[in-house]
Design a protein around this ligand. Structure first.
Ligand SMILES: [Zn+2]
Ligand SMILES: [Zn+2]
Length: 360
């Protein structure tokens, strides 16, 4: 058992408690990563507020980067000192879903016992498979990707969630080809990355749709060619005017139901809506099914950008090094773990940018 500092949730909707907990060494088939950075995602906040339930006490945090500091028996391909990104995507690698290239949907991920306990020995939930609001994590090697040690860990941490979800929605889920037109609904943390993904994929027009001119201005910094206010009456008209036709792909990156009800209005013949945003459980959306058969259109969901982390994260690191993927620009501020509650409060102000916890 090693004592580490971590931010623990003892009760939903109360500040996290920064305290000392115990983490056990990695067992067979596990690795320990000493973290350098962990970004705060809105999912962490939803969990901390109790929106999605979950057992307590728990440690959240799932967008992390650090260095391998212990390797369990039987782990191949990772060694002490490797710089890595830590994700929540835990996959067996052997089931039919993993074999078909969709490890994010693995139905039989490796079982594990939480490595975390209180100083009294009571178990602490390792939330979202990571528990990365802590100085160290013990995780399954499938969650980890080795990256160049030269990459700033603050930038690298962003690759664990928001960036792969947004870029992946465009290049993997929509399978966008160069020259196609894209509409991105919501220019927030995921939306800005969907916009970057569309630019990288060679989209012709990239239309951002959001509620304020300020958000649309930021969208253009990330590669949007056009911006449309969602508050306009029938905003798809302005979007279609900008594209000259309907979109080949519409990416919904928000959880608001009106976005789901109207997304298909932006589509052209054969176009697809990719649903990435997550409304509350039980919320429903309405659409006109006759339209889909007549137009070859469709709506599909995408989890974590349909990412294959071993393939996509090293690619994105390359893009970042070449100046083609913006990561530093996504960071609002860095904070020590002691100030995590202030960092969470700042994140809740609605900024699209990420606050990142850095460890000494
Ligand atoms: Zn996340
Ligand atoms: Zn699997």
């Amino acid at each position: 058992m090693t004592p580490i500092k971590a931010a623990v949730s003892h009760a939903h909707n109360t500040p996290l408690s920064v305290e000392t907990v115990h983490i056990r060494p990695p067992g067979p088939g596990e690795v320990e990563v000493t973290l350098k950075a962990c970004a705060i995602c809105h999912s962490d906040i939803h969990y901390a507020e109790g929106a999605w339930g979950g057992t307590l006490p728990a440690i959240y945090g799932h967008e992390a980067a650090g260095q391998i500091t212990a390797v369990g028996d039987g782990v191949r391909g990772l060694t002490l000192g490797d710089s890595v990104v830590v994700t929540l995507i835990r996959a067996c690698g052997f089931c039919a879903t993993c074999g078909s290239g969709m490890p994010v949907l693995c139905g039989t991920p490796p079982a594990y016992q939480t490595p975390l306990t209180t100083l009294d020995g009571a178990p602490i939930v390792q939330a979202m498979n990571a528990g990365a609001f802590a100085e160290r994590v013990v995780v399954d090697p499938s969650q980890v990707v080795r990256i160049s040690p030269d990459i700033d860990p603050v930038a690298a941490s962003l690759l664990a969630c928001g960036v792969i979800t947004g870029v992946g929605a465009v290049v993997n889920a929509a399978n966008l080809r160069a020259g196609q037109d894209v509409v991105v609904i919501g220019a927030g943390g995921v939306g800005l990355n969907a916009i970057q993904g569309a630019r990288i994929a060679g989209a012709r027009r990239i239309v951002a749709v959001d509620m304020t001119p300020e958000k649309l201005a930021v969208a253009k910094e990330f590669g949007a060619t056009d911006g449309v206010l969602a508050t306009d009456e029938k905003p798809w008209r302005a979007a279609k005017k900008a594209m000259g036709k309907g979109a080949d792909a519409v990416i919904i990156t928000v959880g608001a139901i009106p976005a789901f009800d109207t997304a298909a209005q932006y589509l052209g013949m054969g176009g697809k809506v990719i649903m990435v945003g997550m409304p509350h459980s039980g919320a429903t959306s309405t659409y006109e099914p006759v339209m889909f058969a007549a137009t070859g259109q469709g709506m599909i969901g995408s989890k974590m950008g349909d990412v294959v982390i071993a393939r996509d994260i090293p690619w994105m690191v390359d893009l970042y090094e070449q100046g083609r993927l913006k990561l530093d620009e996504l960071v609002s501020q860095t904070w020590p773990l002691d100030q995590i509650n202030a960092a969470i409060a700042d994140t809740k102000t609605g900024s699209a940018k990420r606050n990142v916890i850095v460890f000494d």
